[in-house]
Design a protein around this ligand. Structure first.
Ligand code: URA
Length: 213
């Protein structure tokens, strides 16, 4: 899939290398978790490229200068989609320590296939902040779309969606419903299998992250 202004594919060599390691079936929970954290830091670096800067008068040991600093202290909210999204949270917070954290929990009702929200907690000043919605996998796109539907109701300044892997079907569906929300991903894979898993993908990200398989 070709990148567009709304689809950012992070092809930095370190991201691609670490992504290959997390894809491998023999990578166990401890390494999987560490690698997800490292990739999340690199994704945070890319996703914050357009942060506004302000200029402050500072003193180095040798001289005064006007130096750039990141915008205001009311900057971001990171919202992991539970549960796998939590695997990206610590890495993002390492790079953006002033961010607040919201949580959204969704599951797919097995008979109706409707997405059901079971948890939502956001900071009170969300209207003054930019939201980063994070989930390792953008598969069918149903959870991502439902999460962003709900988060838009809170009226944040902006929303970006950050994942590790996407399926073309998920990207298309997400942008059909939310064309205004950019996607940041490390790769777009071939597609989905009959169970909704991304192929070749990395398997069930939540199970691999928490060791629940
Ligand atoms: N969720 C996962 O964890 N893995 C997939 O491949 C698709 C959805």
């Amino acid at each position: 899939m070709t990148p567009t202004p709304q689809l950012h594919i992070i092809n930095h060599p370190l991201v691609q290398h670490k992504l290959t390691l997390v894809r491998q079936a023999e990578t166990h929970t401890q390494d999987f978790r560490r690698l997800l954290k490292e990739i999340a830091m690199l994704l945070a670096y890319e996703v914050t490229r357009d942060l506004p800067l302000r200029y402050e008068q500072i003193k180095t040991p040798l001289a005064e200068m006007t130096a750039p600093m990141v915008g205001t202290d009311k900057n971001m909210v990171i919202v992991p989609i539970m549960r796998a999204g939590q695997g990206l949270l610590d890495g993002m917070l390492e790079l953006i320590p002033t961010a607040k954290v919201g949580h959204i929990g969704l599951y797919r009702e097995p008979t109706t296939l409707m997405v059901v929200e079971y948890y939502l907690k956001l900071p009170r000043d969300v209207q003054e902040r930019d939201l980063l919605v994070v989930d390792p996998m953008l598969a069918s796109g149903h959870s991502a779309v439902a999460a962003v539907d709900r988060l838009k109701e809170a009226n944040p300044k902006s929303i970006k969606f950050v994942c590790l892997l996407a399926a073309p079907e998920g990207v298309a569906y997400f942008h059909e419903i939310h064309p205004d929300v950019p996607i940041y991903t490390a790769a777009v894979d071939q597609g989905l299998d009959d169970h909704g898993y991304i192929i070749p993908g990395m398997g069930d990200a939540g199970d691999r992250l928490f060791g629940t398989k």
